[in-house]
Design a protein around this ligand. Structure first.
Ligand code: ATP
Length: 295
């Protein structure tokens, strides 16, 4: 497999404080790698080093075979980076904002206009003529994601792409990333929602106190721990063959893709999602165990 990202013994110190400690990490072409870990573990710092925004104190970061410490200007055109927080220029409409960034990326109008249109459509951003300052949190995040994709990068580095969004919007975003990956994009993302990570990531890296605790495939993690159950509680204006539960329905399964299908139904049928609980997923089990062991 062709490597897109390669970190070799990467360390980052802020003064005397070690934020990232000798991390080795590889991401193959077409892969989705999820980075999880507690607050302050070093996820954002690691992602910033991948995109050349932070220089490592020691070790090397290579993207598409090139060292990020050299002149990485051209390389950066192949990377789409979504920061954890992305303030927008509030007095521009969504369309103006994206057109402005398309110009910054050096895209000609004939390329930019259809690309903006298709991003707005695929992200279901109907409010294209609204000022970005007037948008809801979920819509703002979608605009930031559209900006990340404008120049059609082959590598996406996304810092908590769905954080702070309601369950359906965040699931829409995660599912959208899955589609982008099916179209060939390599994705590295950080997240706190383990259900999302388990649903889309091929491999998961767990980081704690700047140190990589484990990096393995979901299949390997499942093999070790077995799958657990997920539960969706929802209200629907239809008679459905699910167990009834406090005025709604409850559906439990160990198969994440069945949950994904039901969430899609809930969205398209305009039903109400009341709760989405992970009854100890394989990943959650492992996460809790590892965090305890390395305390
Ligand atoms: P979260 O889940 O809360 O976003 P994180 O895993 O992304 O956390 P980082 O933002 O990478 O963690 O931070 C790792 C550690 O480095 C933290 O202790 C943080 O306080 C510290 N740190 C990050 N940026 C700086 C900086 N510019 N100067 C000093 N310390 C920093």
């Amino acid at each position: 497999m062709k490597l897109v990202v390669k970190l070799d013994s990467v360390t980052k110190l802020y003064g005397n404080f070690t934020a990232v400690n000798k991390v080795d990490l590889q991401v193959g072409e077409g892969e989705i790698l999820g980075l999880i870990g507690p607050n302050g573990a070093g996820k954002t710092t690691t992602l910033k080093m991948m995109v050349g925004l932070v220089a490592p104190t020691a070790g090397t970061v290579q993207v598409m075979g090139q060292d990020m410490s050299g002149d990485s200007t051209r390389l950066r055109q192949s990377i789409g980076y979504l920061p954890e927080e992305s303030p927008l220029y509030e007095n521009m409409t969504v369309r103006q904002y994206l057109a402005f960034f398309a110009e910054l990326y050096g895209l000609g109008r004939s390329v930019a206009a259809p690309r903006i249109e298709s991003l707005l459509q695929s992200l279901k951003l109907a409010e294209r003529n609204k000022y970005t300052g007037e948008l809801s949190k979920g819509m703002k995040r979608k605009v930031a994601i559209a900006r990340t994709l404008l120049h059609d990068p082959s590598l996406l580095v996304l810092d908590e792409p769905s954080s702070g969004l309601d369950p359906l919007t965040s699931f829409f975003v995660i599912d959208y990333l899955k589609k982008l990956n099916a179209q060939g994009k390599t994705i590295v993302l950080s997240a706190h929602n383990l259900f999302h990570v388990e649903y889309i990531c091929h491999r998961v890296a767990i980081i704690k106190n700047g140190t990589l605790v484990i990096c393995d495939t979901m299949a390997a993690i499942r093999e070790k721990l077995g799958t657990r159950e997920y539960e969706v509680v929802f209200r629907a204006n239809a008679d459905l063959p699910y167990e009834k539960h406090s005025g709604g329905y409850v559906f439990r399964t160990g198969d994440v893709s069945e949950i994904a299908e039901l969430l899609q139904d809930i969205a398209t049928q305009d039903w109400t999602l009341l709760d989405l609980a992970v009854r100890q997923s394989a990943l959650e089990d492992m996460y809790v165990k590892l965090m305890g062991e390395t305390e």
